[in-house]
Design a protein around this ligand. Structure first.
Ligand code: SAM
Length: 216
């Protein structure tokens, strides 16, 4: 018998999901709840530049847009970015820019940011320490990092064989963030995703980690 191959959730996977992404009320509510928690945890202002990594259709950045300056929305899926671009045009927004970018293979943007937000994307990035270092280097001193993702789970969130992190242990992620040069990592639960699984409904909590690049 052959060994089952891990199933990657690549850009083609997200391209295929992009048009229906915003139809999911759970995704929309998750974005709103994470944005609300970020607004409470971070002193946002219209002078702050922001970077949303793994932006999807922008469900996190759109609720934050009126509190921020320029926002760069990056994703490796062209399908997701097409939807973002259409929403930007439809709403007449002038300070949000979509960009196709995979920080695992592409060079990082040249500019620096005051805020990085990322929602439900970290578990898709194999090397957590590497991406934390990249985020650190993309921030101005004193800049904020806001990561929303799943708490540790048993792999049932995505299903057997899907090649992603099974959530994150908060203490371990906080330590990794510190090692990457961040200070004052704080965690809170901001949302919970209910999914039907064998044996009934399972709840998958979503945390928000906020931390600052040292050296403000
Ligand atoms: C679960 S979706 C979350 C989308 C959005 N942040 C939200 O909360 O609705 C994960 C997103 O990360 C993107 N992504 C996955 N791996 C990536 C990578 N290496 N670089 C950039 N984007 C990536 C996917 O294309 C997808 O849009």
């Amino acid at each position: 018998m052959s060994t089952p191959q891990p199933i990657p959730l690549d850009a083609a996977h997200f391209d295929a999901k992009a048009r229906q992404w915003d139809d999911n009320p759970v995704f929309r509510e998750r974005g709103l709840k994470i944005a609300e928690a970020i607004r409470k945890a971070v002193p946002l202002n219209r002078q702050m530049s922001a970077f949303d990594y793994g932006c999807g259709t922008g469900l996190l950045s759109f609720p934050l847009k009126d509190a921020l300056g320029a926002i760069l929305l990056a994703d490796s899926s062209s399908g997701m970015l097409d939807v973002v671009a259409e929403k930007i045009a439809a709403q007449g927004v002038t300070h949000m820019t979509p960009v196709k970018l995979d920080l695992l293979v592409d060079p990082p943007p040249a500019q620096r940011f005051d805020l990085i937000v990322t929602s439900m994307t970290l578990h898709h990035v194999p090397d957590t320490n590497h991406i934390l270092r990249v985020f650190h280097d993309l921030l101005n001193p004193g800049g904020y990092l806001c990561i929303a993702d799943l708490d540790s789970e048993d792999g049932s969130f995505h299903g057997i064989g899907v090649d992603v992190h099974h959530g994150f242990d908060r203490t371990d992620l906080g330590r990794r963030a510190e090692q990457a040069g961040f200070a004052d990592a704080q965690f809170q639960t901001v949302f919970s995703i209910a999914r039907e699984r064998e044996g009934g409904t399972r709840d998958y909590p979503v945390f928000l980690m906020t931390a600052r690049r040292a050296g403000a």
